[in-house]
Design a protein. Structure first.
Length: 469
């Protein structure tokens, strides 16, 4: 790849205007460091195009000059895919922030890649609709980023992941051409479904510049409960009761270990324990319905069955929107408070839902045998089999020494994942963090097809090189 000289940087800057070509190191800093501070990059220039035409011009010049580009959205990615590790040019999409159309009859919203998830959800609410993708980082993460990483979130159990929300897509290809696939059609059998080549590709095959996203009717009633129980198996049993009772009305079902609750209570001012007694495990369950009445009785019935069968020990149903928000705040703070609990080695894995209890038990045993004193902290979306299996450092170990064994702990955890037919990346992507692990877990034929697609769509390897593959 070409290292851009001042003359080439000036040519790139001329496309977006000097005001939107950032070369000052201090001003570049927010684009170069990701939220966990695991990856720090460098770049000669951050380009902030304001139109699809400008994105196309940048990519054409990059191909002409063999200049590598890293597309970036809100910089909330967790695997380093958005960081220029080798001095690449950053292509920030945050100025592409128009909501082009909202169509409540067709149940779609067409928006550009730089629109934040929060704005999409607010726009949908403004026409009495729901955009179902929900992430704690919604105020910062962008439509382009969520699609490029195929993000999941707390509502994937009911509504699916980012891929399931995309109806159409607009992409700038590696030669600068624009693929305009922004249709709003539920049915379109005119050849290959090209949009799914780019969703989840982390910017390695093309630059997503806009998308048509599906909307849903807004729920008329929502009930939220915080439940204490003895084990992940009890949580799974409760999920079975809830699923049978609601026929698809369980919109979130989040599992939390007590260690995480303790961390939130210690490090997050204003939080309090939702239940009177301490329990080894907790579930945050949310039900939604189009009916305006009856849902309260449903959640009470689910919890009553759980108590009667000895599945749950205690539960609290939110009596107000503020209390529901307080319950959710505890869950959403799990990632943040771990920074205050010492070193944390993180895993974003998935296994079949039925295997979640066995996976957690086996992984806990394997990790603590490998590193006595290590503190497993599993939590996450048990309803769709996605567990954030994090490991906090032993209390008597230095943080640096603990984090230096990241790959060794990975190997222990991923061996258990493979035994259960799981995935080492459920919703965070591959980036650079898991790139070198991919050949060990991916079918060789699938990996070969991925490399063939990369060579075909980006023969000069200018789009996010070194990520995923």
């Amino acid at each position: 790849m070409t290292a851009p000289d001042p003359a080439l940087i000036a040519r790139f800057a001329a496309i977006v205007g000097n005001r939107h070509a950032i070369t000052d190191p201090q001003a570049q800093e927010p684009y170069l460091v990701e939220m966990r501070d695991l990856y720090r990059g460098r770049t000669p220039v951050v380009l902030r195009p304001g139109s699809v035409a400008e994105v196309g011009a940048i990519v054409r010049l990059a191909r002409e000059t063999k200049t590598a580009i890293v597309p970036q959205g809100g910089n909330t990615g967790l695997v380093g895919g958005q960081i220029p590790n080798h001095g690449e040019v950053i292509l920030s999409l945050t100025r592409l922030d128009r909501i082009r159309e909202i169509d409540p009859v067709s149940n779609t919203v067409t928006c550009e890649a730089g629109v934040t998830l929060q704005r999409v959800r607010e726009a949908a609410a403004g026409v009495d609709r729901l955009y179902p993708l929900s992430l704690p980082s919604e105020g910062t993460c962008t439509v382009g980023g969520t699609l490029s990483t195929n993000a999941g979130g707390t509502a994937a159990l009911a509504y699916g992941i980012a891929r399931n929300q995309a109806v159409g897509i607009e992409v700038v290809l590696a030669d600068g051409r624009v693929l305009d696939n922004l249709n709003k059609l539920k049915k379109d059998n005119t050849g290959y479904d090209l949009k799914n080549l780019f969703i989840g590709a982390e910017g390695t095959l093309g630059v997503i510049t806009a998308a048509v996203l599906r909307l849903l009717p807004r729920p008329r009633s929502v009930e939220t409960a915080f439940v204490g129980l003895a084990s992940p198996q009890a949580a799974l049993d409760l999920l079975g009761i809830a699923a049978d009772r609601t026929a698809g009305g369980v919109t979130s079902f989040e599992l939390m270990a007590r260690l995480g609750i303790d961390g939130v209570l210690e490090h997050a001012p204003g939080t309090r324990d939702p239940l009177a007694q301490v329990h080894p495990w907790y579930v945050l369950i949310e039900l939604s319905s189009q009916a305006r009445t009856g849902l309260r009785a449903t959640i009470e019935d689910i919890l009553a069955q759980g108590l009667e069968r000895g599945i749950i020990a205690d539960a609290a149903i939110a009596e107000s929107l503020d209390q529901a928000k307080a319950f959710w705040r505890i869950r959403e703070l799990f990632g943040e408070v771990q920074r205050h609990m010492g070193g944390s080695i993180k895993h974003d894995i998935s296994v079949p839902v039925a295997a979640v209890p066995a996976f957690i038990a086996e992984a806990d045993t394997a990790v603590t045998a490998f590193m006595p004193g290590a503190r497993p902290l599993p939590f996450g979306h048990v309803g769709d089999g996605n567990i954030h299996y994090n490991v906090s450092q032993p209390r008597d170990m230095a943080k640096a020494d603990f984090l230096a064994r990241w790959q060794e702990v990975n190997a222990v955890v991923f061996a258990v994942v493979r035994r259960h037919g799981g995935s080492i990346s459920a919703e965070h992507g591959i980036g650079v963090m898991k790139r070198d692990l991919l050949p060990d877990v991916k079918d060789p034929v699938a990996l070969d097809l991925m490399r063939t697609l990369k060579r075909t769509l980006d023969p000069d390897n200018i789009l996010n090189p070194g990520k995923v593959l």
